[in-house]
Write a protein of this length. Structure first.
Length: 192
């Protein structure tokens, strides 16, 4: 049984990198589609230029803070301060949830400015912002679910300084989705 556990542990890191690589490719496709769409529609005078919602700024600060709390959680578990670690993991999940709340609040700001996802009165510029942020939210939501699993395992004493591989994997993913949002926010802010 130990050999099976060791095999899974050895396979998990390359699989995480493969997953991250596929997410990068998906967002590269989305941002490339955005650029191509923008280029053709700007030339036709049909591209709507608008500021990103203020709520997106707050969500950006929240997700950066969530990376810090995760870092402290991982460090706490590595130092066998597991109780502090699981509390920080739970706080990270809460901050991830707040990120989603502020993203949805940003959509409400867009709607109040008559920028819609689809349908009558919509513009491709707004639709792209909704689509990109929604796709990112889906990845954050998946991360929150995984964070809750890791938190429960930490509460039950599963993790320690000797056994924190799952926390390390979760950290890779969480920091990745955080960095991904920073890239997307900068991309959408600059290329309007």
């Amino acid at each position: 049984m130990d050999t099976l556990k060791q095999q899974r542990r050895r396979a998990s890191m390359p699989l995480m990198w493969l997953g991250i690589g596929s997410i990068i490719m998906a967002f590269a496709g989305l941002t490339s589609g955005y650029v191509v769409s923008r280029t053709s529609l700007v030339q036709a005078g049909q591209w709507l230029t608008f500021e990103l919602p203020v709520a997106f700024r707050y969500s950006t600060l929240i997700i950066v803070l969530s990376s810090l709390t995760f870092y402290w959680a991982k460090k706490s578990i590595a130092n066998d301060q597991v109780q502090m670690g699981w509390k920080l993991l739970a706080l990270t999940a809460l901050l991830g949830t707040l990120f989603i709340v502020f993203q949805v609040s940003g959509w409400e700001e867009l709607i109040n400015e008559n920028i819609y996802f689809a349908g009558a009165g919509s513009n491709p510029a707004g639709s792209w912002v909704y689509a990109i942020s929604l796709f990112h939210i889906a990845h954050v939501a998946g991360g929150i679910i995984a964070l809750l699993v890791v938190t429960i395992k930490a509460i039950t004493g599963y993790y320690s300084s000797e056994n924190s591989h799952g926390v390390k994997l979760m950290g890779m993913y969480w920091h990745f989705v955080d960095l991904l949002w920073l890239y997307l926010y900068a991309f959408l802010s600059v290329i309007r």
